[in-house]
Design a protein around this ligand. Structure first.
Ligand SMILES: [Fe+2]
Length: 366
């Protein structure tokens, strides 16, 4: 019965995807236009959500009657959940009419298999650089999914910035699955949750690998330090049990915005909560952690755990002027993205500049 339902879904999706081109999405009834997507989120072996962002109008603001200082688009996200999917399968969807509404994603395989994912972050502010980083990914990688380490935009609460993010990311996002963690620049804004359908912290499996995604931006989760501490302690309890339950996976990865280690001198010691997690990462045999926040590339190996900072997605670059002694593998003040190829019990992490130049290459595993 389940197999029949899956076949029907595949047939429906392929029929829709190959059907005649309809009027462009920008000409939707009521003047609404699509300014983001389509893209796939929460992709699992059995379900996936396809989303797109619609601008239904705009609103203006000024300091005098009739004076317009700022105009912002009114946005909302549309989404459709596809259940009863099959693991390790590529699906082609039509989210809205026209070629612009077409996309695809792959569901995770069950058990050991080959797959690839890309990690990147801090795509805010310099849109031309962000565009170059995405072009590099499209040229030098074919990810089954991408993982954004946060700071997607400069101000998550400013609706005018999200259409720019989605415009730059369009060709990447329509052919892969998107996962993300919260950066400080998201400001914990509702826009982030509306457009990603993500929880503040969550985990998922892809083949033989387990991914734990944290919210390290606790200063925005609540107004008081006491409430922030409650959030952090709850997250730590979740993280520890999540890592403990994933000991049978061949690889365990943690993703968060703020890095536990940094080569940026003026930022050293800024993230003590993350640094204090290192013993937990060691105890539960973390394969690697991926972080952002510092706009450069950094790679450390400490007590068997690899720590990567890949915050080179477009935000202004930071120096790497004080690499920590004894643990530094590679640091570089450059734009970058990280490609991870997993093949059964082996995995390789390759960091690249947008032009494809290899910055760093490391085998993971014990
Ligand atoms: Fe940041």
């Amino acid at each position: 019965m389940r197999r029949a339902a899956v076949l029907c879904l595949v047939l429906f999706l392929s029929l829709v995807a190959s059907g005649p081109t309809r009027p462009a999405a920008a000409q939707q009834a009521g003047g609404a236009k699509i300014v983001g997507g389509p893209y796939a989120v929460n992709v699992g072996a059995r379900t996936a959500t396809v989303m797109w962002v619609v601008e239904t109008g705009e609103a203006s603001l000024g300091t005098q009657p009739g004076k317009v200082d700022k105009t912002s688009p009114v946005l909302h996200a549309e989404s459709i959940v596809f259940p009863n999917l099959k693991a390790g399968t590529t699906y082609y969807y039509q989210a809205f009419p026209g070629d612009a509404g077409k996309g695809s994603f792959k569901t995770p395989p069950e058990g050991p298999a080959k797959f690839q994912f890309v990690v990147y972050g801090d795509t805010r502010t310099r849109h031309d650089v962000h565009r170059a980083v995405i072009a590099g990914m499209l040229k030098y990688a074919q990810p089954d999914f991408v993982m954004h380490t946060g700071d997607l935009v400069a101000d998550g609460a400013d609706s005018s910035q999200w259409p720019i993010f989605f415009d730059v990311e369009r060709e990447l996002l329509r052919k892969t699955a998107f996962f993300s963690s919260l950066g400080n620049h998201e400001r914990n804004a509702r826009n982030y949750f509306d457009f990603t359908d993500a929880q503040p912290h969550y985990s998922f499996n892809w083949g033989n690998a387990h991914f734990s995604v944290m919210d390290s931006n606790i200063e925005d989760v609540a107004p008081t330090r006491a409430e922030q501490e409650v959030f952090w302690q709850e997250q730590l309890r979740w993280l520890e049990s999540d890592l403990r339950d994933a000991q049978n996976a061949d690889f365990r990865f943690v993703i968060a915005h703020h890095p536990p280690e940094t080569a940026v001198k003026r930022r050293q010691g800024e993230n003590p909560r993350m640094t204090e997690l290192e013993p937990m990462f060691e105890k539960y045999h973390l394969s690697a952690g991926f972080f952002g926040h510092d706009h450069n590339y950094q790679h450390y190996l400490k007590n068997g755990v690899h720590y990567f900072t890949t915050g080179g997605g477009g935000a202004p670059l930071y120096d790497v002027d004080a690499p920590p002694k004894d643990i530094t593998v590679k640091v570089a003040s450059t734009e970058n993205f990280v490609v991870v190829n997993v093949d059964g019990k082996s995995a390789r992490v390759e960091a690249r500049k947008p032009d494809g130049e290899l910055l760093d290459s490391t085998a993971l595993g014990r």
